[in-house]
Design a protein around this ligand. Structure first.
Ligand code: FPP
Length: 248
C-alpha cells in the first residue's frame, strides 16, 4: 500500500541510492533520562520508517551504518545490546522483507559477529536474493578504510593468480575494475548521504563511494528522524545541482 502517493509527484528528482549515518541514539536517550541503549531500541523504529518510505517512493537502494569497526570500543554491555537488537531485528523482519520485495545485503566483515547472527544474516540474504524493489544494505562491522585495503588485497591476489599477465592486470586497473573488489560491488554509489544529530563527519563510512554524493545533515537525533524529515532531505536533494567537477 502506498502511504503518501502524492510525495513522489512533489519530488521530480529522486536519488537512486540513499546512505545514512544513523547518529544520536545515545543523546536521544540521555536527554530523556534513559539508558543510552534505549535510543538504539527506538532507532530500529526509524529504520522501518525509512525503509517503508524508500519502498513507497521507489528508491531502490538504501544503505544504513548500523555498526562500525570502531564501535567495538564501546562498553561491553552496549555492544551486547546492539548485537541482541540486530538478532531480534533479523527475526522480526525476515518475513516482512521477503514479502515486500526487499533484497537484504550487508557490507563489512561479518566474521567477528556471533555465528548465530551470521547464520541469520545468511538465511535472510538467501531468502531475499531474488528481490529487486529495494536493496537494503546494513553496514555491519564496517569501516571504509578497511574495505579499501581489503579490496587492494583481493585485487592483488587476483592479479598474482594471472601469473605472467599480472603486470598487464595491474596496468589495466581503473576505477570501474577496482570497484568490483569493494564490498559494495554491484551497488551504485550513494547519490545522497544523510547524517542525523547535526554532526558533520563521515566517520569511516563509504569513503570511496561517497566521492560525489550530496551530503545532508539533519539536526534531529536518529530516533526522532521521521518520514517528514526524510522527505525534507529528499526535497533538498531534488533542488541540488550536481556537476561532478564540470561547469553548469
Ligand atoms: C549511533 O548513535 C548509532 C549506532 C552506533 C548504532 C545504530 C543502530 C541502530 C539505529 C539500531 C540497530 C539497527 C538495526 C538495523 C538493528 P550513538 O550511540 O553514537 O549516539 P550518540 O552520538 O548520541 O552517542
Amino acid at each position: 500500500m502506498e502511504r503518501t502517493p502524492e510525495t513522489r509527484a512533489e519530488l521530480p528528482v529522486l536519488p537512486v541510492h540513499v546512505a545514512i549515518i544513523m547518529d544520536g541514539n545515545g543523546r536521544w536517550a540521555q536527554q530523556r533520562g534513559l539508558p543510552r541503549v534505549m535510543g538504539h531500541q527506538k532507532g530500529t523504529e526509524t529504520v522501518r520508517v525509512v525503509k517503508d518510505t524508500c519502498l513507497d517512493l521507489k528508491i531502490p537502494y538504501l544503505t544504513l551504518y548500523a555498526f562500525s569497526r570502531e564501535n567495538w570500543k564501546r562498553p561491553k554491555a552496549e555492544i551486547e545490546f546492539l548485537m541482541n537488537l540486530l538478532d531480534r531485528y533479523l527475526d522480526s523482519e525476515m518475513e516482512g522483507l521477503a514479502k515486500e520485495g526487499v533484497r537484504f545485503r550487508t557490507i563489512g566483515d561479518l566474521t567477528s559477529l556471533h555465528p548465530r547472527i551470521q547464520d541469520k544474516i545468511n538465511a535472510l540474504k538467501a531468502r531475499t536474493e531474488r528481490n529487486t524493489l529495494l536493496h537494503l544494505t546494513l553496514a555491519l562491522n564496517y569501516g571504509a578504510r578497511q574495505e579499501i585495503l581489503q579490496a587492494v588485497k583481493r585485487f592483488s591476489k587476483n592479479a598474482l593468480e594471472a601469473g605472467s599477465s599480472a603486470v598487464d592486470k595491474i596496468n589495466a586497473l581503473d576505477v570501474k575494475i577496482f570497484e568490483q573488489f569493494l564490498d559494495t560491488a554491484g551497488i551504485p554509489d550513494p547519490d545522497l548521504l544523510i547524517r542525523t544529530s547535526g554532526e558533520m563527519r563521515l566517520s569511516n563510512f563509504l569513503l570511496w563511494q561517497c566521492s560525489y554524493s550530496e551530503i545532508y545533515v539533519s539536526d534531529k537525533m536518529w530516533p526522532d528522524f521521521g518520514r517528514e524529515d526524510f522527505v525534507r532531505a529528499l526535497r533538498e536533494f531534488a533542488e541540488r545541482e550536481r556537476r561532478y567537477g564540470a561547469v553548469s
